[in-house]
Design a protein around this ligand. Structure first.
Ligand SMILES: [Zn+2]
Length: 170
């Protein structure tokens, strides 16, 4: 007898309360466009896959206490659209009775994802791929360009008016 698959019992409502409607629909779009590659299972309640986004990310989804949790090498890191896409891809495979292979213990994605979960504090290193070396601080403009221009000194204006009012003295 097989235990019920923890992914198979998830409803759309479950997924919506997991990541919110926006991320859910983005993930769905990813899954539909075949962004999920080399889907594999790692145990009964964990999925691993590559997801092709701006870059190719290693993504995992794990059911803990009946609820999905995802980790990803993208800058978002957790509960991202890539995780949603992986989960939906797996549910799709279940529907179609497609075999999902067990992951090779030496699969590089396992190491990538371990790094993410354990070294959360240093996740900055993973944002490197979003960094654009051309967008440096060149745009900074001098702040004092405007000072002094366009202002009229009230005293000066006043003295001019007085001069104009009494042009000639007898
Ligand atoms: Zn992601």
């Amino acid at each position: 007898m097989k235990k019920k698959n923890p992914f198979a019992v998830l409803t759309w409502q479950d997924l919506e309360s997991w990541v919110g409607l926006k991320t859910l629909s983005r993930g769905k779009a990813y899954q539909k466009s075949s962004a999920v590659q080399d889907l594999a299972v790692a145990g009964k309640s964990r999925l691993i896959a590559w997801v092709q986004g701006t870059k190719r990310y290693a993504t995992e989804v794990e059911i803990i206490g009946g609820e999905p949790n995802s980790g990803c090498t993208c800058p978002v890191g957790i509960e991202c659209k890539h995780g949603v896409a992986v989960l939906l891809e797996y549910i799709e495979a279940l529907k179609q009775n497609k075999e999902v292979p067990l992951i090779n213990p030496e699969d590089p994605r396992l190491a990538l994802l371990d790094d993410i979960l354990e070294v959360d504090e240093e996740a900055d290193d993973d944002i490197e791929d979003e960094y654009d070396p051309n967008s440096r601080m060149q745009e900074e403009k001098p702040q004092n360009q405007q000072s002094g221009s366009g202002r009229v000194d009230p005293e000066q204006r006043g003295s001019r008016a007085i001069q104009g009012a009494c042009p000639i003295r007898p």
